[in-house]
Write a protein that binds this ligand. Structure first.
Ligand code: NAP
Length: 266
């Protein structure tokens, strides 16, 4: 297991991949977690569960109810995390939404386009901008002897739809390509500060988000497009986030890591 002994800020921590990532950080030795989501009740459940699972004896977890598309709420969330712990070593920007139903581009409303892009793309920009300011100003640490010291590592949640297109999810495809672009831009801007920035591009993962749209698909036909013939587990994506955050990935930046059971290689 990769060790992540510092402080992590995780958005979307109330459900699915974000919740699994919070648990993975706690089990991988994180000293503290700041958990954010729009859903206060589920956020509190995750906080209790990570506190029960944490292996670091000094572990602490705090929460922020925050909408990542709102600038003032993101600024407060990141400030609260920095005030609680004095630094932010890892940030996992996972909060996101998708269309409720497939539609062609001609049938996509501006309201849907704006809502999805505001949360998935603008939200990642706002979160990273605030996280980078904190990381840039904090002391660099070398946690693995012999490796260069680092100030921080950020992982953004894209999707296979950040790498390939789909004719049925215009807004989601656009937003997830934007996440890949934001990741590259931040990685180039802030390598000089000792900050790494990467993205993860999952295929179909069994979470409440996918449950919501399962009714629109022929599931057998969908799984036929996946060489592994199954949905991914949230825990499998969380492990990729933890690896990219850890100093075992010390020379990896600006990368989009595909974890999709082979879906995009065929
Ligand atoms: P999920 O189970 O629905 O979890 C997403 C969490 O983010 C929910 O708790 C959600 O709250 C929260 N959220 C929504 N809008 C928010 C906002 N404006 N500010 C803060 N939090 C917000 O979905 P998931 O499948 O774990 O997805 C997590 C991420 O992985 C998303 O970015 C998604 O695009 C990406 N992804 C998922 C899959 C997949 O197959 N599941 C594949 C590729 C990429 P509510 O439930 O109250 O909205």
């Amino acid at each position: 297991m990769f060790s992540v002994p510092g402080i992590a800020l995780i958005t979307g921590a109330g459900s699915g991949i974000g919740r699994a990532t919070a648990l993975a950080f706690a089990r991988a030795g994180a000293l503290g977690l700041h958990l954010a989501d729009v859903n206060r009740g589920r956020l509190e459940e995750t906080r209790k569960d990570v506190s029960a699972e944490a292996v670091n004896p000094q572990f602490k977890a705090y929460t922020s109810e925050a909408d990542v598309s709102k600038e003032d709420q993101v600024v407060r969330m990141v400030q609260d995390a920095a005030n609680n712990f004095g630094r932010i070593d890892y940030a996992a920007n996972i909060a996101g939404i998708s269309e409720n139903a497939p539609a062609s581009m001609a049938d996509t409303s501006v309201a849907t386009y704006d809502k999805i892009n505001n949360i998935n793309a603008r939200g990642v920009f706002l979160c990273m901008r605030e996280q980078l300011k904190v990381m840039r100003d904090q002391e660099a640490l070398a946690r693995i002897p012999g490796r260069p010291s680092v100030r921080g590592a950020i992982v953004n949640m894209s999707s296979i739809y950040g790498c390939v297109g789909s004719g049925k999810f215009t807004s989601y495809v656009t937003s997830k390509h934007a996440v890949v672009g934001l990741t590259k831009a931040a990685a180039i801007s802030h390598s000089v500060d000792g900050i790494r920035v990467n993205a993860v591009c999952p295929g179909f993962v069994d979470t409440p988000m996918v449950d919501n749209v399962k009714g629109f698909f022929d599931l057998r036909a969908l799984l036929e497009t996946v060489p592994m013939k199954r949905f991914g587990m949230a825990e499998e994506i969380a492990d990729v986030v933890v690896f990219l955050s850890s100093e075992r990935a010390s020379f990896v930046t600006g990368h989009s890591f595909v974890a999709d059971g082979g879906t995009t290689i065929v």
